[in-house]
Design a binder for this molecule. Structure first.
Ligand code: UD1
Length: 432
């Protein structure tokens, strides 16, 4: 060091500066569902005709999917919150790793590419921050439909052999009700020869949204939303004009923001039935909910601790586990939160502890003793929903928080600080 002092330059990271302890009021608008929009964009590859998808949320994940489609030779036109997609000149059977990397939903391209071009080569999505996330069921489903599938050098190659170049309907029973596998098989089976049934199918609303769009393209899908889906294969699909359903996870996140700040807030549009398990837990916590058509108004009371366990739909959604835990940190009494879907979805616990929360973690179960208040701190989200949990905790904390991890947040929440600020929050985004 030669006796010369070295100065470490602070490495700047984009962050939100969130001043806590302000009430929210009025109404927050809910955007289109991320997990629907991504899969619907790939379903548009199943026809040569134009598909217009409305209520597309402004998210980096959507931009990533748009780049993938353009790279395949798909025509794409965006206007406000609509995207027109026309895959009349679909060219590439292979997705480049650089585009697919980091966007798990890129794997959805496998069914449509296989169906349209007879072959697809897609990078394995791999694990992510919250767990290993295998695609075994997707591959098993495609093989049952007659595809030859191999996994080599980090890529999944699927092809249809024989002159007909058409998959064949089959009866498929999933070992676990995977949302992605159900959607992959649905998209592969709509143009297959004959009838396909999927038992132990995922029942999530996003699966229903996909089935609805496919049916509006001329597919024959019934039973989506239940445990058994039947798909009668058709010869071709046509274009359509479809509107993405509202994002139930975004809606739940804003209800939690209202609950933790003791604020009366209206959220709309929303399909209340999609949030049944979450609404019940909010009531158990002491919140009053008024439901009118596609609006929910929340009036929080004193927040009490509750126990919750994540489950496949219609159970409590894993994507709201972290945001709900943020609320429980200031609840009266003890809460027990158990994560059953992912093996590594408790990263928010350490950050909440840094804000003063009292949480004991035993494996995938968190025991939370409510504290009177949290304190603002420098914090970092490690995945999409844990970053949302940090936003919620910061809104109610005493003082100012500096939240990093916006690359995660922007994947799944459109203009989150703008929406919250309009309702009375004090959040500044620092880009550089
Ligand atoms: C989708 C959602 C994600 C949500 C999840 C569960 C999208 C783009 N993402 O993810 O936000 O958290 O549903 O509601 O829609 N599994 C297997 N084998 C498989 C496939 C899955 O064991 O072949 C397991 C997974 O490891 C996980 C569970 O099943 O534990 C749920 O996964 P899955 O339903 O497939 O989630 P995704 O479709 O990846």
């Amino acid at each position: 060091m030669n006796g010369v002092a070295t100065v470490t330059k602070e490495i700047f990271k984009p962050h939100l500066e969130i001043r806590g302890n302000f009430s929210l009021s009025g109404e927050i608008q809910i955007s289109g569902a991320k997990n629907s929009a991504l899969v619907l964009m790939t379903a548009a590859l199943l026809t040569k005709e134009k598909v217009l998808i409305n209520n597309i949320p402004d998210l980096t994940d959507v931009d990533g999917m748009a780049n993938i489609l353009v790279n395949m030779g798909v025509k794409l036109n965006s206007k406000l919150d609509s995207i027109e997609i026309q895959a009349d000149n679909l060219q590439h059977v292979e997705l480049p790793y650089e585009l697919a990397h980091g966007l798990r939903a890129s794997f959805f391209c496998i069914g449509p590419l296989l169906t349209r071009l007879g072959r697809a080569k897609i990078p394995l999505p791999g694990g992510c921050q919250i767990g290993a996330r295998p695609v075994v069921e997707h591959i098993r489903g495609l093989k049952a439909l007659g595809a030859f599938v191999s996994v080599e050098h980090g890529k999944v190659t699927a092809s249809i052999q024989g002159s007909s170049k058409r998959l064949k309907g089959a009866d498929i029973v999933f070992d676990c009700p995977s949302v992605g596998a159900t959607e992959t098989v649905l998209m592969a089976a709509v143009l297959a020869d004959g009838t396909t049934t999927i038992e132990n199918a995922a029942q999530e609303p996003e699966v229903q949204d996909l089935a609805k769009m496919l049916n509006s393209m001329g597919a024959k899908v019934s039973g989506a939303g239940g445990p058994k889906i039947t798909i009668h294969g058709v010869d071709s699909l046509k274009g359509c004009d479809y509107t993405v359903m509202p994002d139930r996870i975004e809606a739940g996140t804003f209800l939690l923001a209202a609950a933790i700040t003791q604020s009366k807030l209206r959220i709309s549009p929303v399909i209340p039935e999609h949030l049944s398990a979450v609404l019940q837990k909010l009531r158990d916590c002491g919140c009053t909910l008024e439901i009118a058509n596609d609006c929910i108004t929340i009036t929080p009371g004193e927040i009490r601790g509750v126990d919750l366990t994540t489950q496949p739909y219609p159970g409590f959604p894993t994507d709201l586990q972290a945001p709900f835990m943020a609320l429980l940190t200031i609840a009266k009494g003890t809460s027990v939160v158990t994560e059953k879907i992912y093996e590594n979805r408790m990263q928010h616990v350490a950050e909440l502890q840094r804000m003063g929360a009292s949480i004991r973690l035993q494996g995938n179960t968190a025991v939370i003793e409510g504290v009177p208040e949290l304190s603002g701190a420098p914090i970092m989200g490690g995945d999409l929903r844990s970053t949302a949990a940090m936003v919620i905790a910061s809104l109610a904390a005493n003082g100012t928080s500096r939240l990093e991890g916006l690359n995660h947040l922007d994947r799944g929440y459109a203009a989150i600080e703008k929406k919250l600020n309009k309702a009375g929050a004090h959040i500044l985004r620092h880009q550089q």
